[in-house]
Design a protein around this ligand. Structure first.
Ligand SMILES: Cc1cc2nc3c(=O)[nH]c(=O)nc-3n(C[C@H](O)[C@H](O)[C@H](O)COP(=O)(O)OP(=O)(O)OC[C@H]3O[C@@H](n4cnc5c(N)ncnc54)[C@H](O)[C@@H]3O)c2cc1C
Length: 378
């Protein structure tokens, strides 16, 4: 395990300034208010504007319509978008996760078909992993794809599928055969969410939003061309995918907008010893987590696979996001309302209701700790 101190180059800082200028101009025009991290808001219009600047699919090679950028360049752009609470939800999964997966496992036809559309902010993906009885124990998925002439017939139920009601496709982990172990015989199929036999039903969250769904698949025909990777290698593929899911700054910046709004709207914090102490601690924690995250990005850029470091960052970062909410809440004497005019109050109200999910989504912290322990004791 290694975290190396990395200093970002002047060119990267220049890129950061360009993103800040863009956001200062574009965000006031958006109908979305600043939000929380990757769930800040679904706005295809904003995603397409960002894509026009070359900031969606940045790491996709130019031959597939992307920017051919480095991991650190993408890091800087993503960090600025998250810190501003920009509405990046529409393209988030396809950009962060599906594109790298297509590049690694997809056929040439799939890459040519999907990657330029992802980079243009025109096609959006969801993740079809979890099932009603398969969350942490993902290998127990029961969705089954049966081989038929020219493709597969898929039957099963996926759950907690974020954005399935607004996105175009999802990569579904399903069983295509019985293997000797549970990890064998799994495959990934790319399924059009508007196909016949796909039924998407919203699940209402504690905060009243319905960002994720139950997706029932009943005799859904999926053509052979939509098999992602090889038949039977689904487990290795989703494991590789999860490494991308766990190493991004979205794992410690989800509540940064709440923190920033507190500082902006409650300047009296400087007069309180308790608040000064709390703010100082939070700033130092942001700094440390960010240094870890930059180090992971630099390591990915060098071609390494820092899985343990990424799991540690997600574990520490998501716990910190939750702690931030509780600390800020303790510093003010108010009952936050999500319809309040105050940005701080609105964001705090939203964060209180959604923070429990931070340590669940993308793999729970107990599971991350098992991965860390297993790798460190190898
Ligand atoms: C906001 C949000 C968005 C999500 N979006 C998606 C999505 O788009 N697509 C998708 O496929 N999934 C999505 N998920 C699902 C997410 O990946 C699962 O919630 C997660 O993997 C946990 O699975 P589970 O909910 O079935 O909990 P369980 O696996 O039932 O776990 C319940 C509790 O038991 C603990 N536990 C389980 N097994 C062990 C063990 N062996 N040892 C110790 N403790 C254990 C867990 O840590 C957890 O605290 C989303 C979840 C959230 C909260």
């Amino acid at each position: 395990m290694a975290f190396t101190a990395v200093t970002l180059s002047p060119e990267l800082e220049e890129l950061r300034q360009q993103v800040r200028d863009f956001l200062a101009e574009e965000l006031p025009k958006s109908d979305k208010k600043p939000g929380l991290g990757m769930m800040a808001g679904h706005s295809p219009e904003f995603s397409r504007k960002l894509a026009e600047r070359g900031w969606v699919g940045m790491a996709i090679p130019e031959e597939y319509g992307g920017g051919g950028a480095t991991v650190l360049e993408r890091f800087v752009v993503v960090e600025e978008l998250l810190a501003a609470g920009a509405p990046l939800t529409a393209h988030w999964i396809s950009e962060r996760q599906t594109a790298p997966s297509l590049l690694k496992f997809g056929t040439e036809e799939q890459r040519q078909h999907f990657l330029p559309k992802i980079a243009a902010g025109e096609v959006y993906f969801s993740l079809g992993m979890s099932e009603p009885d398969s969350g942490s124990d993902l290998a127990s998925v029961r969705t089954r794809a049966t081989k038929v002439d020219g493709g597969y017939l898929v039957n099963g139920t996926k759950i907690w599928t974020s954005g399935a009601h607004v996105n175009d496709y999802f990569a579904v982990l399903c069983r295509t055969s019985e293997g000797e172990t549970r990890h064998e015989g799994l495959s990934q199929l790319i399924i059009d969410l508007r196909s016949e036999g796909v039924q998407v039903s919203p699940i209402k969250l504690l905060d009243g939003n319905a960002d994720f769904n139950e997706v029932v698949l009943e005799d859904v025909f999926v053509p052979d061309e939509m098999l992602l990777g090889d038949e039977g290698t689904g487990w290795q593929q989703v494991t590789a995918e999860l490494a991308h899911e766990r190493s991004s700054p979205d794992r410690y910046l989800s509540t940064f907008t709440v923190f920033k709004a507190y500082l902006d709207e409650h300047p009296e914090w400087r007069e309180s010893e308790r608040a000064v102490d709390a703010v100082g601690k939070m700033v130092s924690q942001y700094h440390a987590l960010r240094q870890m995250s930059v180090s992971i990005a630099a390591s990915l850029q060098a071609g390494d696979a820092p899985a343990v470091e990424a799991s540690m960052l997600k574990d520490m970062g998501t716990l910190f996001e939750q702690e931030t909410v509780e600390v800020l809440r303790s510093l003010v004497d108010l009952e936050p309302r999500r319809d309040a005019d105050s940005e701080f109050e609105r964001l705090l109200g939203e964060a209180i209701l959604t923070a429990p999910g931070f340590t669940l989504r993308g793999g729970t912290n107990e599971i991350l700790n098992m991965i860390i322990a297993r790798e460190l004791t190898k």
